[in-house]
Ligand binder design. Structure first.
Ligand code: ZN
Length: 176
């Protein structure tokens, strides 16, 4: 059996990456386990299609969902790699905290500046221009995008700018 990719443990294994990451990187899609909800929001902020797994589901269902939807499963649960179906599908993030995980994913080809703020951080839906009739919260200024599902508006205010700065710092695929 092929060796199992475990990021951060054995850098000499690169570039042995899960098969889904061999697609053009902009087409990579992710499934995050319940411990990585914060990371899911950041992947969405970078523009990646990212689904957050429901809490409490069995590993088997998690892996099956990743396979069905051709998503790369990001997890902190090393035991998931005991499942044969998880090979080439699951990536175990070995570090501690967002900055470490961001670096591990950048090493796999994730571009943290892919398409910033094109997806809803909450539900993953692609953002669209806010209809003119949508009442905006105080402090919002155009251009305003919004999520057609959550109806949450996004604009380039302080919070978005701080997140953008972090995405730029994390860099990734196209960093010279
Ligand atoms: Zn939404």
């Amino acid at each position: 059996m092929d060796p199992i990719p475990v990021i951060g443990e054995n850098a000499s294994q690169f570039p042995m990456v899960p098969s889904f990451m061999q697609q053009p990187v902009g087409e990579a899609r992710f499934l995050t386990d319940e411990m990585l909800a914060g990371l899911a929001r950041w992947l969405r902020a970078a523009g990646y299609d990212t689904v957050q797994a429901p809490a409490g589901g069995p590993d088997r269902a998690l892996v099956a969902l990743a396979v069905d939807e051709e998503r790369l499963l990001l997890t902190r649960d090393r035991a998931i790699l005991d499942r044969r179906q998880a090979v080439g599908v699951a990536v175990v993030l070995a570090g501690e905290g967002l900055d470490a995980w961001a670096a591990e994913l950048a090493a796999l080809g994730v571009d943290w500046r892919l398409a910033p703020f094109t997806r809803c951080l909450v539900c993953n839906m692609a953002l669209v221009d806010a209809p003119a009739a949508v009442p905006l919260p105080a402090g919002a200024h155009p251009p305003v995008r919004w999520c057609p599902v959550c109806r949450k508006p996004y604009w380039r205010g302080g919070h978005v700018r701080r997140m953008e700065a972090r995405l730029i710092r994390w860099g990734g695929a196209s960093v010279p």
